[in-house]
Write a protein that binds this ligand. Structure first.
Ligand code: GLA
Length: 404
């Protein structure tokens, strides 16, 4: 369900913009927080996110013909209208309408001609914060299109299709966000493996609390952060190619996961030190250490070992900061503040270059953690709205679904 006030607002705007509420439906798609396994997905290595209670909700109605008309309850997002031609040309970079177009283009490339819809969007996932508000919008729009066009598609295929489809907006992302947005489960984290896509739901112990804290640095993935992000897949591929060109090192291992499966990590790290130059050496170091950390972290969660999970989160952050170079001073400070307040672990989450950190603590310690963050991180900075906008007590929720 969604909150009554929000529902009322959606209905009000739809009625005002498109007339009657007859034959309308409501879909929701959650954001996500990644617990560990960062920048691994597009390298074929696992990730370990949860879908969270913040979401995109869309009230919609089918239309005859190819037109899509979009409105947003927030005045920051202007009205968008376009037609579902076989090639949908994008709006300028960064335009919110591009996420709807991305979903449409991906589904049309797979299923051919589609008819359109009228819709009103309401979102409460902080934007450009590493919590996947953009993929939630892509996923929600794709569900609308499958429903009104009576398309049936297996969830795993849709996850894959949308992961590739979202590259329409110009980001060379992997498949984590769309998979967890669709496949999330209540009270469970999802280990996701790629090529082929596999989901392993993992119960999150009841007394573990993941706290999401915003660094107040906007990481707009359609702006400068997009260029920095897109540089990483290129560097990672090049690092692997260069490593493999030293043919004495596992010539049969074509991918990072094959290398990790065949060679002990310590050996890979020391070989990389010998043969790779910067920045390839560091990118390679991050990947071959982060992949195994995900597996270990899942084991720690299954064992209820909070301390170990926290330690792995800390190692992940150090690796992202030093070797992958996607953190920033504010994120580092946030992580330090969480640890000083007694969190078992903390790390940046999502693409980085700003956005959020995620910390793990015993649920009973949460008030103290929140208080410390308020006092030691947020108080000296001016926050434009309430602290609850920047501090989220993450709850693992179900993936995207129709409410009616
Ligand atoms: C973004 C991408 C994901 C993933 C993360 C980093 O959120 O969309 O596919 O690469 O960054 O882990």
């Amino acid at each position: 369900m969604i909150a009554k006030v929000r529902h009322r607002k959606l209905k009000g705007v739809l009625q005002q913009e498109f007339g009657s509420l007859k034959e309308t439906h409501l879909v929701r798609a959650p954001g996500r927080v990644n617990l560990i396994g960062e920048h691994t997905d597009y390298n074929g290595l696992p990730v370990f996110p949860i879908a969270i209670q913040r979401d995109i909700a869309i009230l919609f109605r089918a239309r005859k013909g190819p037109r899509v008309r979009l409105r947003n309850v927030s005045e920051h997002f202007g009205a968008r209208e376009f037609s579902l031609e076989s090639v949908v040309s994008p709006y300028p970079k960064g335009d919110w309408g591009n996420y709807a177009k991305a979903a449409a283009q991906a589904l049309m490339d797979r299923f051919g001609h589609l008819s359109g819809f009228d819709a009103v969007v309401s979102g409460n996932i902080p934007m450009a914060a590493g919590l996947s508000s953009s993929s939630a919008l892509v996923v929600a729009c794709s569900l609308i299109l499958t429903r009104i066009n009576e398309i049936s598609i297996e969830p795993l295929e849709l996850m894959d299709l949308l992961a590739k489809g979202e590259r329409y907006v110009g980001t060379q992302g992997g498949g984590m966000d769309q998979a967890v947005c669709l496949g999330g489960q209540r009270n469970k984290a999802l280990k996701i493996d790629f090529s082929p896509l596999r989901l392993s739901p993992t119960p999150v112990p009841e007394h573990w609390q993941f706290v999401i804290a915003h660094s107040l640095v906007v990481a707009d993935k359609s702006g400068e952060a997009q260029e920095k992000y897109n540089a990483r897949p290129v560097e990672c591929r090049e690092a692997l190619t260069r490593f493999r060109s030293h043919s004495q090192f596992q010539p049969d291992s074509q991918t990072y996961s094959e290398l990790i499966a065949r060679v002990p990590v310590e050996t890979l790290l020391s070989l990389a030190d010998e043969v790779l130059e910067e920045p390839y050496r560091r990118r390679f170091r991050h990947l071959v250490s982060e992949g195994p950390r995900v597996e270990e972290a899942r084991g720690a969660m299954l064992d209820g070992d909070l301390e170990k999970f926290g330690r792995l989160m800390n190692e992940s952050h150090t690796s992202l900061r030093k070797d992958f170079e996607v953190s920033c001073p504010e994120l580092d400070e946030l992580v330090e503040t969480c640890l000083a307040a007694g969190a078992a672990g903390a790390r940046m989450t999502g693409a980085g270059f700003g956005g959020c950190a995620v910390a793990l603590c015993e649920a009973s310690r949460t008030p103290f953690l929140v208080e410390s963050l308020e006092k030691d991180f947020y108080r000296s900075r001016s926050i434009p709205s309430q602290l609850t906008e920047y501090l989220i007590m993450a709850r693992p929720v179900e993936g995207a679904s129709f409410i009616y």
